[in-house]
Design a protein around this ligand. Structure first.
Ligand code: GLY
Length: 284
């Protein structure tokens, strides 16, 4: 069995030069309280870093709002929030959904009011960069002379949209500590997107899956990841061949649609993306 370890990613499309920063973040995480704490701590750090599309620095919806998705998972439980707004750390709210409610998923107003009850204050995750990016996106879409939703509907294949700003996507962590696995993910979504759009991150089996055999989290175009139930699909193959071979084969199925995965199992860990993806690994 490999040692206790954590593996992070900064999103499909994130600059590989951020890997050094991610390694530092991975090293800074306290592993003493177990895999879930380690993953949530790591994702919280990434949410607080405005260079990543999660928490502070989350990309905006076409209407200018910031709606965020986050999830946590261990072999025994799952919690997620969909379209949460005006909180600093969606990953912490997702964890409390798992630990303090009888539910698995809270969305929208319900997620926000739960967060307030749990003591999360009002917080605006926008930055100058996300404001600029939103304006540029809207100007581009308006400039082509059609209503934004109609135009957007035609562009569900994000690879066709390289002439307008694209987000660098989700952040995520997987860890194996004391033989137990955990995963955590958080995102502002894959811009450009309508208000209310839901990606892979808060859906178990799609953007995250964790069980007794390992932990898998994904990043990239949520619509494509959901269709393939990517993380559950990869999880079911753990042990049949090497993790890197499994992930590579699954990601190759996406063609030119940007997708990345990190995963950890009993004796191995792996990361692979069909675009740039910053990663950080640390053995405790
Ligand atoms: N992978 C993030 C999203 O599509 O929302």
């Amino acid at each position: 069995m490999e040692d206790d370890a954590i593996l992070l990613h900064g999103g499909a499309g994130s600059d590989n030069s951020y890997s050094e920063r991610l390694e530092k973040y991975a090293k800074s995480v306290d592993m003493k309280s177990g895999a879930l704490d380690a993953c949530v701590d790591a994702v919280r750090i990434l949410e607080d870093d405005p260079d990543f599309n999660a928490g502070t620095g989350s990309v905006k919806r076409l209407d200018g709002s910031t709606q965020m998705d986050a999830a946590v998972m261990v072999a025994e439980g799952f919690g997620s929030v969909i379209g949460i707004e005006r909180v600093k750390n969606p990953v912490d709210v997702a964890r409390l959904v798992m630990e303090k409610t009888p539910h698995l998923i809270l969305e929208g107003d319900g997620a926000i009011s739960f967060a307030r009850k749990m003591g999360f204050p009002e917080y605006d995750p926008s930055t100058e960069k996300t404001q600029r990016m939103w304006k540029k996106t809207v100007e581009y879409l308006q400039g082509i002379g059609e209503s934004i939703p109609e135009r957007y509907a035609k562009y569900r294949k994000y690879a066709d949209m390289f002439d307008i700003p694209l987000s660098t996507d989700t952040v995520g962590a997987v860890a194996r500590i004391g033989g137990k696995f955990a995963g955590a993910v958080s995102t502002g979504g894959a811009s450009p997107m309508m208000r209310g759009r839901v990606g892979d991150v808060p859906l178990p089996g799609c953007g995250i899956f964790v069980g007794e055999m390992g932990a898998v989290v994904a990043t990239g175009v949520g619509e494509a990841i959901i269709r393939r139930m990517l993380c559950h699909n990869i999880y079911l193959q753990i042990g049949k061949e090497s993790l890197v071979e499994i992930i590579k084969r699954e990601i190759d199925e996406f063609g030119d649609v940007h997708v990345g995965v990190i995963a950890i199992a009993k004796d191995e860990h792996a990361s692979y993306s069909n675009t740039s993806m910053a990663t950080g690994f640390h053995i405790f």
